[in-house]
Ligand binder design. Structure first.
Ligand code: ATP
Length: 363
């Protein structure tokens, strides 16, 4: 697990031993990590894992029970939310309904004591940035959901925050718009160079947008790394299960040799594959992603025979379920340019996978 980036990456936010309890309930166990400047950083996890609580502590709406939060090297513990150079964009937009879009964006700047000229220049810049310059005089209720979220972004970016916090900002939008807004958010982050800390429970959104992802589960960090690190090298079963699709097979660990574990699996084979936290002589699980399984089998791979029991044609891909001697395996097969003759349910097949694309995870 690579938690570090090269030294030229300056720290925007440092979280040191930060935890949060509500009464007797430990919402977040102590966590320690850094978020770098100019990074699109995502807190990802299932509902209730503590991601919003962490965001609220960075914003200053909530005090940590233990630990320290620093912004660009300065401890911000004692600063109230409006004194932190941090802004938040919420799912609900939270725009002022009686104000025009221009006034909405300018609102925070007036409180910061910016001159009228500086304010209007900044508002114009922000409207341009989110492609809403034609709408300056409208009010929020005259906008679509996506447009409102763009204005909420413009308003949050206007005072030049060091860090922008985004709490599930896309979840109120319909699917099509959500995908378009992903690209817009990513572009906005690159254009402004501001550190974005994005909260979501949507793993696809996280993989698509982030420089790095912190996977939270049960109030603690399960893994922190790039999207590819997390997908390809999950550090435990929770992460392999939560991020993307996978097949889990019970595995008996026969021997360990450095990073590699030799296991026997219910397909009646013994293989050696990279492991995390496996114990020799113990039980583990083997995780193999559906797209890493070849159908039909390839030479030099671990192979097994089975019967197709499910086939779902999805355009670019077909998802199969193969019963291999009682073990059900999901297989994702890319449909080729010339229309494939689809494999039929009931057909006997031979499938295979490369041992090195499997991961053995301690149980
Ligand atoms: P969601 O995606 O559902 O918002 P989350 O990961 O953001 O989930 P949090 O909102 O951070 O989760 O909440 C973490 C846990 O702390 C939850 O179990 C929640 O019920 C609890 N919690 C949050 N705020 C409070 C509070 N003010 N008082 C008591 N418990 C709280």
């Amino acid at each position: 697990m690579d938690m570090s980036r090269s030294p030229q990456h300056k720290k925007a936010v440092e979280i040191k031993g930060v935890s949060k309890a509500f009464g007797n309930f430990q919402a977040l166990k102590p966590v320690t990590f850094d978020i770098y400047e100019n990074e699109f950083f995502t807190l990802l996890g299932p509902s209730g894992c503590g991601k919003t609580t962490l965001l609220r502590m960075i914003a200053g709406f909530e005090q940590p029970s233990t630990g320290e939060i620093s912004l660009r090297g300065a401890n911000i513990q004692a600063l109230p939310p409006h004194k932190r150079r941090v802004n938040t964009v919420f799912q609900s937009y939270a725009l002022f309904p009686h104000m025009t879009l221009e006034q909405n964006i300018a609102f925070g700047l007036e409180n910061l004591g910016w001159s009228r000229d500086r304010r209007s220049a900044r508002v114009a810049d922000m409207l341009r940035l989110v492609h809403m310059e034609k709408f300056a005089a409208r009010k929020p209720q005259q906008l679509s959901g996506g447009q409102r979220q763009r204005i909420a972004l413009a308003r949050a970016l206007a005072p030049e925050p060091e860090v922008l916090l985004l709490d599930e900002p896309l979840s109120a939008l319909d699917l099509k718009l959500r995908q378009a807004m992903r690209d817009e958010l990513r572009t906005l982050q690159r254009q402004t160079g501001i550190t974005f800390v994005f909260v979501t429970h949507d793993q696809e959104e996280a993989l698509d947008m982030s420089d790095r992802i912190c996977v939270l589960g049960d109030g603690e960090i399960q893994q922190l790394g790039t999207p590819a690190d997390i997908y390809e090298e999950p550090s435990n079963r929770f992460v392999a299960d939560f991020i993307g699709e996978t097949n889990f097979l019970e595995a008996d660990v026969i021997a360990l040799d450095g990073d590699s574990a030799t296991v026997s699996i219910p397909l009646g084979v013994t293989l050696s594959a990279p492991h995390k936290q496996a114990v020799a002589g113990g039980k583990a699980v083997m995780s193999i992603r559906p797209e890493k399984i070849s159908l039909p089998s390839q030479d030099g791979h671990i192979a097994a025979e089975g019967t197709i029991v499910g086939a779902n044609y999805l355009g670019g891909y077909t998802h199969y379920v193969v019963d291999a001697n009682g073990t059900l395996l999901r297989v994702s097969k890319r449909n080729s340019q010339s229309r494939d003759r689809t494999l039929e349910v009931g057909q006997s097949v031979k499938l295979s996978f490369a041992a090195e694309s499997a991961r053995i995870l301690g149980a």
